[in-house]
Design a binder for this molecule. Sequence first.
Ligand SMILES: [Cu+2]
Length: 328
Amino acid sequence: MKIIKSQYINLLAITLLLIAGCKDKNQISDEAISLQDYKKETSINTGEDTGVTIVSRGMNFELPDQIKSGWQKITYENRSGDTHFLVLEKLPAGKHIEDSEKEVVPVFVDAMNLINQGDTEKGFKKFEELPEWFFNIKFLGGVGLVSPGHTAQTTLNLEPGNYLVECYVKMPDGTFHSAMGMLEEIEVLPAKTTTKEPQADNIINISTEGGIVLENVPETGQQKFKVNFLDQQAYGNFVGHDVNLVRYQSVEDLKALNDWMNWVGVDSFISPSPKNIEFLGGVQEMPEGSVAYFEADLIPGKYALVAEIPDPASNKMLATFEIGMDKL
Ligand SMILES: [Cu+2]
């Protein structure tokens, strides 16, 4: 097996390694108990018409074990003090989070230890021990970045399967949130919802060449955005482009935002996120040809649509717009 079979390898390398060695079961026992209770209460919430709600109160996701496939409106309530997102990573058939922990995580722990010790070559060679199925994980959307105290809605047409649900924003010391408990599994059932594809007020096209293009200026109030993934590719941070809606105050804020969006950067993609930046959701990366929707309640102000890639501005993936400024 070649070392680099997937452009996602390094991202997954780091994100999956985190599971190991980091979760102190004693420390999180109280949280784990309450999460279990929550799951009991919500396991019947499979998202029929009303959609599914996922909540973070700390470094966690409270979510049902199973949801229906088809069009699903995911409401993500970030009740924690940190910025998060959630990306859905479809596992190959028959694979579960336990398989990742058993077959993938140890490889990454060993590899990253070697890399951290300065033996980069040996470290990367370690990745050859990854199981074949690891390279068949698919990123199929999710909710964009959401600032503390905000709730965001994203609607996806989900295909059945088992998914990892992950946030890999970083702690101030560089530890990924997935290592702190923000990695879960959810099963998308063959049974479909009766939910119809949403109608959008605004169209966003995203592509490698064109960047992020907003076809019209949104109005104030509750707005629905349709995101068309015209193509997809991996960037210098090993992930593909996505769309995140941001409210900001000044041009200086945009510079900080542009620097922050690259998780590979030592000082970037760390919560708390830059001041004066409010993340309002969006759609995580999806394959070429995919379509997804997100909603936001827009008040008069300055907004940007930004992708989670290195230097989004130079890739035409930091698009700004203003609404209702005359009403301020
Ligand atoms: Cu997070």
